[in-house]
Design a protein around this ligand. Sequence first.
Ligand code: 3SL
Length: 235
Amino acid sequence: MRTVDVCLTPDLLHQYELAGKNVVVVDILRATSCMVTGMAVGVAAIKPVASLEECADLKKQGYTTAAERNGAKAEGFDMGNSPFEYMQPKLKGNKVAVTTTNGTLAISKSVDADEIIIGAFLNLTAVANYLLERPQDVIILCAGWKGKFNLEDTLFAGALVQKLTKDGQFEYACDAALAAEAMYKDASTDLMHYMRNSSHAKRLGRLGVVKDIEFCAQHDTYAVVPRIQEGELVI
Ligand code: 3SL
């Protein structure tokens, strides 16, 4: 039977075998929520890169550049990392290159996977259905914060584990999957309460970012499943 596993931070990824598996990268606040939003509202392509230098270079190739470090927009780039910035009408049909503190790094560390899929609460059911239709085992990679565990990515992992294991189509590969699911079950009655208490929501709050958190907690706003193909997201 197919298995679903959860890697709680990219710093633990060396313990996982990615070859032959599909990896779902999640950074609820906010990188993967931005990517799902951008692809759903008509951005032509999003190219995630790990470094600020690579991102800045892509400007010459016609990309709009988006960069975040430590929660704030990085200086010298066209935009930061809010899902609302990805809704700007001028981005429709255009390409965005993006680098973020944790999310794009997690994507770059997943290159050995069969497929890299971008997950968020915003496209939870679409991602689950996509995975249910495929034969591969699944690893959900939580982007976390600078190598540490975070709440919101683990909650998403739990929500996805719940959907994949519901009818016995996937089995739990390890205790991280069981723990994430238990946490989501506990939190789902008041997800916003959990999200607001998370360290990154508080960090963003100190930077004046509030409405993004509620937006990123919404479930199934979009039905797109962004995947990496030749270094860029496609749907
Ligand atoms: O770390 C990341 O990848 C970002 O998503 C962090 S932030 O929400 O933009 O601050």
